[in-house]
Design a protein around this ligand. Sequence first.
Ligand code: GLP
Length: 265
Amino acid sequence: MEIIIKQNYDQICEEAETIIYQAWKKKNNLVLGLPTGRTPLGVYKRLAALHNKGEIDFSRVVTFSLDEYLGLKENHPQSFASYMDKNFLQHINIKKENIFRLNGTPENIDNNCREYEEKIKRFGGIDIQILGIGRNGHIGFNEPSSSLSSRTRVKTLTQETIEANSRLFKDKNEVPRFCLTMGIGTIMESKMIVLLASGEDKSEAICKSLEGPITASVPASILQLHPQTKVIIDQEAASLLTGKEYYQWVYKNKERVSDYLEKKK
Ligand code: GLP
């Protein structure tokens, strides 16, 4: 894991933007896995601004949404499909046929989930999966106790997640109890994972995920096994990390390492 600690939220977003932009320069038909939540909003804003400046073209980019509420139609204002359109997709020149999402009102849930996985494979897998993290360490909607090799499926949300997500609903009772989410096994097949976290309320989840044991009780801890994971967090989210100084040291020396390796060639 590469742990990148930035001063503030804006710098986290800038770093994620750069990673995506650099990857797109190498592969214009980049396949992105996208989360909802407050955390990635700044990244979406930056990418849309980059597009407006004419520096990035999304016409060959493909996106897969990470999760969706079960029971909400695509056009429901609180569906993750609406979130993604409003906050990102309608501001860029992505082609409709390149946008893939989990259907929140499927006729056959199992078939739907299986087809979603097949579609990801058909595009050669996800190049960069962006992730946020829940306060209990969930990724996507893979709540604690999710199998660490799970595939796209239905999950029951925890009371804590329902509470946290209720801010977007008029009434807490309107928050769906069930959801569809890419599984942890699905996420782990992504070629690169970029986990973003900001704020003190994420510090415990970050500490357990990065420095604790790998356990289904903290789903994000599985990322310790992924060879291409970048964790980009601000000072507050990093505040409980015992290895914080070392991670900052590694990051500071990153360019020197690449210079050294370059010279050795
Ligand atoms: C939801 C989403 C996750 C997201 C999490 C944290 O549960 N399913 O993908 O990471 O919320 O959201 P936020 O970034 O708003 O803290």
